[in-house]
Structures are given as C-alpha cells and as structure tokens.
Design a protein around this ligand. Sequence first.
Ligand code: C2E
Ligand code: CA
Ligand code: CA
Length: 807
Amino acid sequence: MALNLRRKIALKQARFILFIALLLGLFSSGLQIYLDLQQVRKNTSEDTVRIISMYRDTATQAVYNLNAFQANEVTSSLVSYPMIYHAKLIDDFSETLAEHRRDQTLSSSFVSQSTQQLFDLNRYIELELAVVNSDNERAKLIVELDTLYVANSFTQRAINSLFLGLMHSVALAAIFLLLTYRFLSRPIVNTAKWVNELRSGDKSSALPYTAEDELGDLVRSFAGLWKDREAVTDKLTEMVAELSESEHFSRSIMDNAGDAMFLCGLDSTIYRVNNQGASTLGLSKTQLSNTKLSDYSKNYSFEEYQQVFEGISGSQVTTFEDLQVHADGSVFPVEARAIKLTLQSQEYLLIVARDISVRKQAEKQIHELAFYDTLTGLPNRRLYLDRLTASVELHQANHNYGAVLFLDLDRFKTINDSLGHGVGDELLNNIAQRLTHVLPIESTCARFGGDEFVILIPETGNSLEVCADVSAHLAQEVLKVMSEPFSIEGHTLYCTASIGIAVFPAADASAQDIIRQADTALYRVKAMGRNGFQFYDPEMQSTAQERLEVEKGLHQALTSNQFVLWFQPQICRDGQLVGAEALIRWQHPEKGIIFPGGFIQVAEESGQIVEIGNWVLREGLKHLAQWRADGLPESFQRLAINISPMQFMQVDFVDQVIQLMDEYDLPGDAVELEITENMLLNNFEVASHKMNLLKRKGVSFAIDDFGTGYSSLKYLRHLPLDILKIDRSFVTDLRPKTEEAAIVEVILATADRLGLLVIAEGVETIEEKDTLVQLGCDCFQGYLLSKPLPADKFIEFLSSNDVVVID
Ligand code: C2E
Ligand code: CA
Ligand code: CA
C-alpha cells in the first residue's frame, strides 16, 4: 500500500515534472537555435562581405596592375577562410586573373544537409571592383561560400545548446523533485505508512511529521481523531467481547443444561432449543425450529397453551405440568417452568422442561404403597375408608343409599397351612381378579389383609329396598363366581366365602361403624354354616331374601304357567259396562294367589317384566278374542292392559302388539294400553313415535295413576291419548269441597278441554262415587262395582247381564 502510494504520488510527480522540464528545455533550446540561425545567416553574409571588402583595395590594385601574383595572393588568402572555399578575381576584361579553390567540407550528415538547406545562403558573393580609368566591364571579386562548413559549425552549436538546455532542465527538475520529495512526498508517504500502521493496530509508532505547517496540522488532527476513535472502538470491542462472552456463556449453559430449554414466541413457536430439548423430543434442533411447542404436547392444545402463556406476567416464573410426545410416539410427563423475557424489545418465553417420569413413577409407587395392597393390587383399608367416608357423608345429605359387603374366605387357613403361602397368595390374587371382574365399575373392592375382602357399592339410589336388593344380588353373584374351582400350581381348589352386608347411611354410623356392622353380619353367616350372605339388619335380610325368592319364583312361574289374568270391569254413569282392566295374578303352588304388589317391582328390577308383560298381552288379547266370539255386551268397548315402561321401550313392542292383534283378529279400537306418566317424560320422542304408530291401528291409550306423577300438560296435548285414570289416592274418602275434590275438578276440566275420557280408579264407596258424579266424572272402576274377577267369574259377570245400578 505504502509502496503503491509512493509509486503513485512520487512517480507520477517525477514523470510529470521531467516531461514538463524536457518540454520546456526543448522549447527554450529550439527558440535559441532559431535565433542563432537567424544570427548566423545574417553574420555569414556580412562577415563574407567584410572579408572580401578587406581585400577590395589589394584586388583592385592587382587588377589595375594586372598583377597576377598579387591577385593570387588575394584569392589564396580568401580561400584560407574556412567558410570560403572558392575565390576568383575577374579583371575588367572579364578574364580570370586569379582563382583559388580548396576542397569543400564534406558531410553526409543529414542534419548538416538539412541545416544547409535551412540557411538558404547565397553561395556566391560578388564584389565589384572600381578600377580607375577603365571603361570596360567592371572587375569582380567572386567568392563561393562553403555552406556546409557554416552549417556544420551551426549544427555543432545547436546540438550543444540543445544538450545543455536539456541538461539544465533535467537538473532543475531533479532538484525540484528532490525538494518536493524531501518536503512533501516523503512526509505524505510516511504519514500514509503511519496511518496504515495505525490501521493494522500498531499504536507504538510516533507521529510521522511534526513540523508546524499544514501537513503537521493535518497529521496532528488526524492523530487526535484516531485516538478518539480508538477509545470508542476499544469500548465497543470490550462490549462485544463481553457480550460474546455472555452469549457464549448462556449458550453453553443452555446446551449443557440437564433440562430441556425452549425459547419460544408468545404463540409457542420455538425459536431456539438446547441439546436436551432436542433429544427429549427425539428431533433435531433444525426440525424443531419454528414449529409450535403445542405440537409436542398431549395436555395442551395450541389455544390452551396460548392461555397459559397469556397468564404469565412479568418476571414471575410460572410452573405447570404437561405430557410431551416423543417423535417415536411415547409420552412422558414434564414439569415446565416458564418465564417471560424481553430480547431486543421483543417478548419471548423461556420454557425449562424437566422430564419427571421417574418422579411420577416414584409418586405412583408411594401412592400405591400407601393406598394399595401390594399382593393383589387392590385398594387397601386406608383408601377404602377414604372412599367409604366420602360416600357416607354424601348420602347423609342426599338421602341415597350404599352398601358395604364384607367377604371372608371360608377355608383359606386350611389351604394356606397345607399347601403353603405361595399357593395361598396365588389364590388371593385369583380371587381379587374374579372379584374385580364381577363387580360394577363404580364399586371399590379392597383387601383388608389376610383373606378379608371388602366391597363398597357407593350408590344404589334412594330406595332402601332397592339397595338391599342390589347388595343381595351382588353377594349372590360373588358367591357364584367363588363357587367355581380355582386352578393353582396344579391344584384344583374349592374356596367358598361368607359375606356380611351393611347398608348406609344408618343413624350416626361412621365408616368404621358400618364396616363393623358388615363384619358382625359376616359372623352370623359363619355361625349359620358359611357360604352365604347376611344383612346386618335382620328385617332387610328377610326383605332381600324374599325378593330373591320372588325373582327365582318368577322364572318358575313363567315356565310352569303359574300366572293368570283377572279382569276388573269399568262401568259408566248409566251403569253400562264400557270395558275391563286385565290384572295379573300369580298362582303360587304353595303360597296361593300372589297379587302384583308382591312381584311386579321385583320383575321390573330384574327385567323379567318384559317376558311377563308379553305373556299378559297375549293372554289378554286371547281372552278378548274369545269373549268377542262368545258375544259381548254392546256397551263393551275395550280391554285395558297394563304396560310397564321397560316393556313399552322394547324395540319390537309395536310390532308385537300389531302381530298379536292380527293373530287374534282383533280391531285396534278393542285394545287399550295403560301407561304411566313417568315413562313418557323420560323418553318422550320414542314413546310418542310408538304411540302414534299404534294409534294408526286404532289402539287407545290411557294414562294410569294420573295425578301422582308430573302431570305435564305437554304430553297431554302432544300425544294421542284417549283416557285419564284418576289415581286411587284422590278417590279414597273423596268428599265434595275438599282439596282432593278441587284436584279432581281440575283434572276433569283439563280432560274435558282435551276431549279425553276420565275413569276414576279405586271407587269403594257410594260417597266417593257420588262426589265423582257431582264433579262430572263419567266412568268408574273399583270394588264398589266389582273386584277384579278371574276369567270365568268375569264371563259370569258379563252374562249376568246385570246392569249395575248406580243411582
Ligand atoms: P293399577 O294399574 O292401578 O291397577 C289397579 C289396582 O287397584 C289393582 O290392583 C286392583 O285390584 C286395585 N283396585 C281396583 N279397585 C280397587 C278398589 O276399589 N279399592 C282398592 N283398594 N284397590 C282396588 P292389583 O291387581 O293388585 O294391581 C296392582 C298394580 O299392579 C296395578 O295397579 C298395576 O300397576 C300392576 N299390574 C297389575 N297387573 C299388571 C299387568 O298385567 N302388567 C303390569 N305391567 N302391571 C300390572
Ligand atoms: Ca292399571
Ligand atoms: Ca292405577
């Protein structure tokens, strides 16, 4: 660079100055030569004339005297002048008196020849001689000039002058150059070198130029500026160094951190991730970059993440748990801490996520140890008590019921002692599995240690009877699965169990009390010979037992044709028989006639009602068809059949009714179906659809027990109903102007508005009937008119032709 600069400035300067100096030298020399040329030309002529003139007298004398000698002397003297090479003296007779010639200067030099031409000299110079007394021609002294000689000497001079001129110029230029180099170029070059050194970071070199002149000023001010800049740069360098150090620091912290770190935008876009983050998600940093963190979360959607992030305020660290998804699809729990950062006025979130699989596993293990039985994996006493306590407290408030079943194996000790603990443990495990399999999902089965298992049925609804029933059923189910043999380590083992049952909540009984009650009941079973169940409450025991017996008996009843239908007449105000209601009876081989109150509920709860209902339907229609064939009173319109909700909701119910009507060739308007309000409310759409289908066939619908349910006007208006049956509770002891009378009046008014027929049920006394008549009721059913009658009695009733006198 310095060399370059030197070359550039000094050389350029030198070349330029030399060129100018040479040009000026040439010009001045040329001018000088030109002036010299003029001078030479003038001088040569004059000199020649003067030389000849010097010989005028001698020549004239020689001519006058015709003195050849003298004449020869003149001519020879003349040619001795270097510039004259030929001299001739001609006398006044034009005779050559003397003549001398010498060799002309020879020159082949082109310069000389050119100069010769340049001179354009008059080569011949004549001098006329005035000879006294001569009238003849004039005598002449003629000389011929050696022009080449003149030219030669001129050229020599010219060359010298040119050479000197040029030498002079060059010398001047050199001196000038030397001076400028010394005082200008060199300081500039040094300054340039100094600047370059400064630039390359060498701060040691002294000022290259200190003189008190413009360049000195320039150098000093530059030095000042450089120093300032240096200070700023130093500071900047320091800052950059610090920054890169801290950036390096934080990056290496990030990369070597054991936790996954994500630098995200507020929308969960990942901008940077550390090694751990990439490896926990099983992707490379590049793959992760610019994707959303929510893409790897199982717990949070994009929007949910957004909400979490919005909730993070200032520099406060927010902790949350998440499930992250690895690239291979596996899921692991993480504990994430998020903090908001502002980098270059942009908000970011630094999320530090730690894989807490191990901790979770440990927590789970601790939880299991604390709350679960290690052998069977079932809840332990502690967890069971927690759940039971919660359930008891809940039911004390909502008046629902639950039950505790305390189960103890009957011969476990024998098995354990004879076959060893290994077999015993395996048996317990097998039992636990069977129990879990058979119990409803919401129940809890715990192992209290040894061979004691305790089951919690947390909720059975608000009926104590149902609760007893459900518990008894479950106990039976458990006993049944326990009765199957166990196959353990090649042994076939039979192991029955005893179950004690306590129902809760009972007055002021704590969870512990309830368990104790169940345990007490269990001892009763053991005392009674094991392999059975007992309720803590003896009354409940008999109820439950009875119900179980009923359920068992109903099976028998269906298969052995123990059901019969009775019929209760429905009579109108004018005493005419308008219809009858079919009512089922169970003709028990030992207990005699059992009324529906003794088995319908059990049948409904066990689901047997569907089969029983279908039997009633067929049996009822069969009777009706028979009566019609045998002849019915003209006033008789319909046979009413009670339909249970479950039966009505069977998918093939409508088809079945229609099929039976076809089978017995019955018109739809001979059949009336009694349904209850509550069924309608539960499944309004389905029920309404089914009713409409049957309605098209002419079938009538009666609402049974009207007034005891919700009595919603909605279905009254929107369903194809025909009859309202006022429930017996309103009829019993009905007197005019009582509250009941008012209700009946409203029912009658509503029915009238909707064009429905009303039948009052359970009319037992004249007073009741009178009041009903007074209120505007037209039809009645009750003991006053007739009790339900077996088929043969009913036929008698029909044929007695006794129109019941009502008034
Ligand atoms: P429900 O449909 O309200 O039937 C009327 C009940 O009142 C019958 O009792 C009948 O004997 C009784 N009853 C009639 N008049 C009087 C009276 O003047 N005073 C008194 N105290 N009672 C009277 P039952 O036959 O014991 O039937 C009881 C309930 O069993 C019926 O009530 C009905 O809900 C149900 N049920 C009877 N048969 C069937 C059936 O075939 N299928 C279905 N699903 N349920 C039936
Ligand atoms: Ca009925
Ligand atoms: Ca009824």
